[in-house]
Design a protein around this ligand. Structure first.
Ligand SMILES: Cc1cc2nc3c(=O)[nH]c(=O)nc-3n(C[C@H](O)[C@H](O)[C@H](O)COP(=O)(O)OP(=O)(O)OC[C@H]3O[C@@H](n4cnc5c(N)ncnc54)[C@H](O)[C@@H]3O)c2cc1C
Length: 406
């Protein structure tokens, strides 16, 4: 870095988001500054008011003794292209901005929400969309439980609105997928499949999780037409109808019990003769009057067509090889989810099932400067609204963390 040619002073206080934003903007320019903490040196308040011509807000930023104002003022200068000349930045120094403040991996509800917050905080986020732009919701039709849409909304339409909102505040988008990362030193390096390498000070991982499927052609053909991997999302559509659930773990138990609120009957199909779910969950299922269990059985075909949707399933008894048909209107596959974390193998702490581990009540991961949001760090809720919520948290966590980096 070439020598800085201006002297920057900033009057700040703790817990001041505008101070944090000003620090992020200046650090993105590769410049350093002296901080005057009015919390620690309250007597310097009068000095600030006098020097700024009567201003009584923090931050107050001075370049070579001249007051530029607060965060909004320097953000406006930046917008007009006037900040770099004031900071006497030359082209070489400008390349510092080639290192991004924050890169967001993933364009589902978590990634886009993180982008809205990061962009509004003037962090100039870069969002890398991945091979499934818009995320899992683009694979579904009606979303009825996302607040703000009383009549429901189509999944792809909802994600388009998310994208537009992130775009409005200045998020930069990059199409493509990251296939390698180096989190061993900062700035972090991300390698795209295209060969491009990207450097970033902070990283928000919002790469989601993918439902595991049975692998039947008919299952894929009838997805969203009665085949689902999300009871909370789609159970509502099967009020008063018979449905089937496949699986033997806690998720399958939860989904089966949840679906009894809607379905006339739930048939639970499991490959073995005992569940691997916790005893309490298994007992709840075994004693539930609306749940029937088919042990030692597997779904060998999903019956139905595009127009009628699912009309039934073919079930094979794995001990006798006997095949029978069961009339159901819906099939819920609950054999687990696969978090998209393979590119972080050995670099980020994950739990025994591959989900990123975050520190309690935050999105901080095991690597300082890396934050995780959405399904990739959540095996419990896995909903669009909870993903969006943690996306918001990740952007705020990243913003505050960057502000501490100076
Ligand atoms: C069929 C279906 C219906 C659903 N219906 C509902 C519903 O009605 N209501 C509800 O609340 N929830 C619903 N869900 C669940 C909801 O979609 C998820 O909880 C939510 O999408 C999770 O958001 P996310 O941002 O964490 O991840 P995702 O939506 O999974 O997005 C992950 C993103 O990461 C990107 N990515 C992955 N790997 C990489 C990489 N290596 N590099 C760059 N990018 C990468 C992908 O391209 C994608 O954009 C449904 C899910 C499914 C599958």
């Amino acid at each position: 870095m070439t020598e800085q040619r201006v002297n920057i002073e900033m009057y700040v206080r703790d817990h001041c988001p505008y101070c944090d934003n000003a620090k992020i903007l200046l650090s993105s320019k590769g410049v350093t500054w002296t901080e005057i903490h009015l919390g620690k040196e309250p007597h310097r308040k009068e000095e600030m008011i006098l020097r700024s011509g009567g201003r009584r807000t923090v931050p107050e930023i001075f370049v070579d003794g001249v007051c530029l104002g607060g965060f909004d003022d320097i953000a406006a200068l930046e917008h007009q292209g006037k900040l770099d000349p004031i900071l006497k930045l030359q082209h070489k120094e400008k390349t510092m901005t080639d290192i991004h403040n924050v890169v967001i991996l993933g364009s589902g509800p978590a990634g886009y929400t993180a982008a809205v917050y990061a962009a509004r905080a003037n962090m100039k986020p870069l969002l890398i969309a991945g091979n499934e732009p818009g995320g899992q919701l683009t694979t579904t039709t009606e979303v009825e439980n996302f607040p703000g849409f009383p009549e429901g909304v189509q999944g792809p339409e909802l994600m388009e609105l998310f994208r537009k909102q992130a775009e409005r505040f200045g998020t930069a988008f990059l199409q493509g997928s990251v296939d390698k990362v180096d989190l061993s030193k900062r700035p972090f390096t991300l390698h795209l499949e295209s060969g491009q390498a990207i450097s970033t000070r902070a990283l928000i991982v919002a790469t989601g999780a993918s439902a595991k499927w049975l692998g039947l052609e008919s299952e894929q053909r009838l997805r969203n037409r009665g085949v689902s991997a999300c009871a909370t999302c789609d159970g509502f559509f099967f009020r008063g109808k018979p449905i089937a659930v496949v699986g033997g773990g806690d998720t399958a138990m939860e989904e089966a019990v949840y679906l009894t609120h809607f379905a006339s009957q739930v048939t639970l199909i499991h490959r073995r003769d005992d569940f691997r779910a916790s005893k309490i969950m298994a007992d709840r299922v075994k004693t539930h009057p609306k749940i029937k269990i088919l042990w030692d059985s597997a779904v060998s075909e999903v019956l139905g067509d595009d127009k009628a949707g699912v009309t039934g399933i073919q079930v094979k008894n794995l001990k006798t090889n006997q095949v029978s048909n069961l009339a159901v209107d819906g099939l819920f596959v609950a054999i687990g989810h696969q978090p998209n974390t393979s590119i972080f193998n050995g670099q980020l702490q994950v739990d025994e099932t591959g989900y990123i581990v975050t520190k309690p009540h935050s999105t901080y991961t095991s690597v300082e400067g890396v934050f995780a949001a959405g399904d990739v760090a959540d095996k419990t809720y896995r909903q669009a609204i909870s993903a969006a919520g943690t996306g918001c948290m990740a952007a705020i966590d990243a913003e505050r963390w960057l502000a501490t980096q100076g």
